[in-house]
Design a protein around this ligand. Structure first.
Ligand code: HEM
Length: 372
């Protein structure tokens, strides 16, 4: 009944087929000392394992004269493929030069704040975090419930720093499970490592022995960027310009000059005027580069009411990518994009954070135990 196993070699929610909804949250740890932090991870593990099986947190029949253990809004609902993925941010290891939890020596070289990219317009309220929880489910109420209950369990040990809900077309609306479209109307997620191919996942996504600290082997690095999309501006742009911006046809999703969505690109192909089909500044050409840096993109759209400053929609992409190395994969791609991607006319990066997603846990263990 739509249950994704919580325990395993890797955490769920990474190689898992993308669910309909996400609720993503970053936390700051307020726990005093290492033991409280370990306690938090243990309690989170227990609750996450129960919720992903569609069970309630704690004792469903606890004392009437106390607040219920579980907040109750998913009573009667199934897990809807809920996955809960935990990550640790650079500031868990060192914050203001302080080693709060005796973890400084364990900080991976890869896990540091991203460099500032040209055109970044980051806002504190969408940035950073000591810990993250990515809850994905085919039901938004189920995903929200998961984060809400984990935040509640964390009381006194961690506080919410920022959170963002996201969506994509549902599987009900697309029974053939075609590639979802982003809010610019283009298929998004076509080029990705094959999550069912473990050799490819080991090459591009899962941290391998020898890569860095052993505690992260079988984990991965997560980059999240809250990217606002100027949909009103886009909607006044011609279809031709839109397609040139991405380097793909809107309807079929094929690369310009090709026929079908999954046909490989030909970046040298020219049209009858001698112009490249895929312009030099097209998003896919710049992102592709020499094709060696592959990341696993697992993004969702968001729509959060109105941007009061401009009276336009505050809508865009909660970009999430998983990679074995941030410095060798995400950073070079984003450096190129920030310099010459035509898409920059229509987007702005408002939020950013990086996390190391812990390896999976065995039954009886707890998330993060390799760290301590
Ligand atoms: C490809 C949209 C930001 C990396 C694509 C495609 C679309 C798209 C429509 C083509 C279809 C596909 O292969 O999925 C967007 C939008 C963005 C955004 C709307 C921002 C709002 C980013 C960022 C990165 C990135 C920040 C990484 C730094 C890639 C890569 C590809 C791609 C690696 C595949 C390129 C290829 O080999 O063809 N994106 N993207 N994108 N994007 Fe983005």
């Amino acid at each position: 009944n739509a249950v994704v196993p919580f325990y395993g070699k890797h955490q769920a929610g990474i190689a898992t087929e993308v669910q309909n909804h996400i609720y993503f949250a970053a936390f700051d740890v307020t726990a005093e000392g290492r033991n409280e932090l370990i306690q938090l991870f243990k309690e989170w593990t227990k609750a996450a394992a129960a919720m992903t099986e569609g069970k309630s947190v704690g004792d469903p029949a606890n004392n009437k004269y106390l607040p219920p253990d579980d907040t109750g809004e998913v009573a009667g609902l199934n897990a809807s493929n809920l996955t809960i993925t935990f990550g640790v941010g650079p500031t868990l290891f060192t914050k203001n030069n302080k080693d709060r939890f005796g973890l400084q020596k364990k900080q991976p070289d890869e896990l540091k704040e991203l460099p500032k990219f040209p055109l970044d317009s980051l806002e504190e309220q969408w940035t950073g975090g000591d810990l993250c929880i990515q809850a994905c489910s085919d039901d938004l109420q189920v995903a929200f419930h998961a984060v809400r209950n984990l935040a509640r369990i964390a009381r006194g040990k961690a506080v919410l720093r920022w959170a963002q809900a996201g969506f994509q077309r549902t599987k009900q609306a697309s029974p053939k499970k075609e590639t979802p479209r982003n809010l610019f109307g283009f298929k998004d997620g076509t080029v990705n490592p094959n999550v069912k191919n473990s050799a490819e996942m080991n090459q591009y996504v899962w941290v391998q022995p020898g890569d860095g600290p052993d505690w992260l082997v079988n984990g991965t690095y997560l980059v999240v960027r809250r990217i606002q999309m100027f949909i009103e501006v886009w909607d006044r742009t011609t279809l031709k310009e839109q397609e040139n911006t991405f380097g793909r046809y809107r309807d079929s999703g094929a690369y310009l000059g090709q026929k079908n969505e999954f046909d490989p690109p030909d970046f040298e192909k020219k049209d009858e005027n001698g112009e490249y089909y895929i312009p030099m500044t097209a998003h896919v050409r710049v992102a592709h580069g020499d094709g060696k840096q592959k990341i696993l993109r697992r993004s969702y759209s968001y729509a959060d009411g109105i941007d009061a400053k401009t009276g336009t929609f505050d809508a865009g992409l909660l970009f999430i990518s998983f990679q074995r190395s941030i410095s060798k994969q995400f950073i070079p791609i984003q450096k190129r994009l920030s310099q010459m991607d035509e898409l920059n006319e229509y987007i702005v990066h408002r939020g950013s954070a990086v996390f190391a997603c812990l390896p999976g846990v065995k039954k009886g263990g707890y998330i993060g135990e390799t760290l301590f």
